[in-house]
Design a protein around this ligand. Structure first.
Ligand code: CA
Length: 228
């Protein structure tokens, strides 16, 4: 597994690289945004851990430019910024998860393993429900006859809900099947991604309903056909 770790603080970078190595990962440590952009533009990255506060190109910028250039590998963002807005912005720009500094190394490890598990999840055939459909490639949702781009996490989440065909999925199901967590990471990943998807499906007949105390499910107006 080829991990890329972008962290400008030399001691932290060295200790994280050493720990990840000891945990069995092949890890490459980088110190600047420029190096990160160059490295992430190559195809042989399994996952990236990206510090947001970098001396040259900001981590947010590295993230959006790499996603725009076609990076599909999962990205975990490290941030000292405890503001909710910064975390939401990182997810919005295509991060798969985030960890707020300072963190325990064991937690970083658990999250990286979760990222890699979900990246290894099987690909699936095109799926449709009402006037919404998604395909594995390109990562767009066909929504009310328009193509709307999705981040990799949104794509997995929508695919998961479409496969349920209107059955309720619990938050724990979503954390496990979409995000690879067999524990509650204590973050608002599920809620943030659902909010984005609701917005992107706004022009369609499909709704993501909250089933109080149970979870989430797709629904269509009375009488609408589930099959396109
Ligand atoms: Ca930093």
């Amino acid at each position: 597994m080829a991990l890329v770790l972008i962290e400008d603080h030399p001691r932290l970078r060295a200790s994280l690289c050493r720990g990840l190595n000891e945990a069995g990962f092949e890890v490459e440590g980088l110190a600047t945004g420029q190096e990160a952009l160059a490295r992430l533009s190559r195809r042989d990255v399994d996952a990236a851990v990206l510090d947001l506060g970098l001396p040259d190109v900001d981590g947010m910028e590295v993230l959006s430019r790499s996603r725009a250039a076609g990076l599909l590998a999962p990205v975990l963002v490290l941030t000292a910024r405890d503001a909710v807005e910064a975390r939401v912005e990182a997810l919005d720009r295509g991060a798969d998860d985030y960890l707020v500094k300072p963190f325990a190394f064991s937690e970083l490890l658990a999250r990286i393993r979760a990222l890699l598990r979900r990246a290894a999840a099987p690909r699936w055939a095109p799926l449709a429900f009402g006037d919404v459909s998604v395909s594995a490639d390109p990562r767009v949702v066909r929504a009310a006859e328009h193509d709307v781009p999705l981040t990799p996490s949104e794509h997995r989440l929508l695919g998961f809900l479409l496969r349920r065909r209107g059955d309720t999925a619990t938050r724990a199901d979503i954390l496990r099947e979409v995000f690879g967590y067999d524990f509650d990471p204590g973050t608002n990943l599920v809620e943030v991604h659902l909010a984005h998807l609701r917005r992107k499906l706004g022009a369609t007949a499909v709704r993501i309903e909250t089933v109080r105390g149970a979870g989430y499910r797709l629904s269509l107006p009375e009488g609408a056909s589930r099959d396109p």
